[in-house]
Design a binder for this molecule. Structure first.
Ligand code: DGY
Length: 379
């Protein structure tokens, strides 16, 4: 495919870039100024038949219109929400993505985020790095109390006082039963006065094993997450567009009900008109003060404004996020919270998976040039 003109819209993966530049005629257009973009397109657009992008830089209608010779778009991702698929259909432009090979990576990360958030691993890591760990008592694992958070200055403001009474007020019958379980019994914040002189806010952290986990979107990744959760003895339920009766998991047609019954809610759906802001205030309130939200889907699946409010007002227990609505921008308020784990969209970034994704992009381009069926067509 030596003569294939390929436009790489951002630095994606070194191996992919090297292979593209070895096998094709490679053009790079990374974050250009409007002027530079114009000059570049004037000089090169007629030669560009293929575009390679990712989940951040896709191909919107403007980009597609600016490339009159464009015949195929390849995205280094399973998600295609940054590509104007309708426009591609109209113009007969083919689109491929990289499904399946990244499923394990994202599912691993979802479980990692759930545990990391529930057990506040980043706060504990920060405690150790800050030099505050002077004796084992500082980090009282034996009593299941991590009394480090306010005392050691890791959290800037104390979390809201919560009592088991307030927790119980949330519930209907099902919920009250859940609260009665041993893992919930000790869940309450201690007021500063309870730990005289120490100014300590103690938080007994919940166990992950055996938790009720709700999955939003039981596609390839959601199913892989559910499989992993079996090993932790979790009770898995899910919400998706349609019920999957063979899955063996409890289906909720109403996402608020799913959130209400879940200790951890994991978002693993794609971004569509139906799933934009599917995690809204009602869902967050149903998830509740002890609930943890994990998002490995798309940032805009979650109403970030509402999430920030729910976290800062103590209406939701924590969040583990690999994706954000306006990447790489992250809501500033999240940065000051210790009950969140924030990752820069690294769901698929293991070396093994990146290599397979790159090879899949290359194989699709080879097939396209040779007029063979595409391996992973979207359009
Ligand atoms: C994808 O490939 O679409 C995902 O965003 C990876 O995290």
């Amino acid at each position: 495919m030596n003569s294939l003109g390929v436009l790489l819209t951002c630095p994606i993966d070194t191996y992919l870039e090297e292979e593209l530049s070895r096998r094709c005629k490679l053009f790079r257009l990374w974050e250009p100024s409007p002027e530079k973009r114009k000059d570049f397109l004037r000089a090169n657009a007629p030669e560009i038949r293929a575009l390679v992008g990712n989940t951040v830089v896709g191909a919107d209608a403007g980009m597609i219109d600016d490339l009159p010779a464009l015949e195929i778009i390849a995205t280094f991702s399973v998600g295609t929400d940054k590509i104007d698929l309708e426009k591609c259909r109209e113009k007969g432009i083919r689109v491929i993505n990289t499904p399946d090979c990244l499923t394990d990576d994202v599912a691993d990360l979802a479980v990692g985020l759930a545990i990391g958030t529930l057990r506040r691993l980043c706060a504990a890591d920060g405690f150790l790095r800050s030099g505050a760990w002077k004796s084992n008592g500082d980090y009282n694992l034996c009593s299941k109390f991590l009394n480090i958070i306010v005392a050691k200055g890791i959290q800037s403001s104390p979390p809201r006082w919560r009592s088991s009474e307030a927790v119980l007020k949330r519930g209907n019958e099902e919920h009250r039963e859940r609260e009665g379980r041993e893992i919930y019994a000790p869940l309450m914040w201690l007021r500063e006065s309870d730990r005289e002189g120490e100014g300590i806010c103690a938080l007994p952290l919940p166990l992950f094993s055996g938790k009720q986990v709700g999955i939003v979107g039981l596609g390839r990744i959601g199913s892989a997450i559910a499989n992993r959760l079996q090993a932790f003895g979790c009770q898995v339920s899910y919400h998706s567009r349609t019920e999957k009766p063979l899955s063996g998991y409890k289906y909720y047609s109403n996402i608020v009900d799913l959130a209400f019954s879940s200790d951890v809610l994991i978002v693993s759906c794609s971004l569509t008109d139906e799933t934009r802001y599917i995690i809204n205030r009602d869902v967050l309130d149903a998830l509740g003060q002890q609930g943890v939200l994990v998002n490995v889907g798309r940032g805009a699946n979650v109403d970030e404004r509402e999430l920030v409010l729910a976290l800062t007002e103590g209406r939701v227990g924590g969040a583990g996020l690999d994706v954000f609505e306006h990447e790489p921008d992250v809501p500033k308020q999240l940065l000051g919270l210790e009950n969140v784990v924030l990752l820069p969209h690294v769901g698929t970034s293991t070396s093994e998976t990146c290599k397979i994704m790159a090879d899949l992009v290359l194989a699709n381009l080879e097939a396209f040039v040779q007029n063979k069926p595409l391996l992973t067509p979207v359009v």
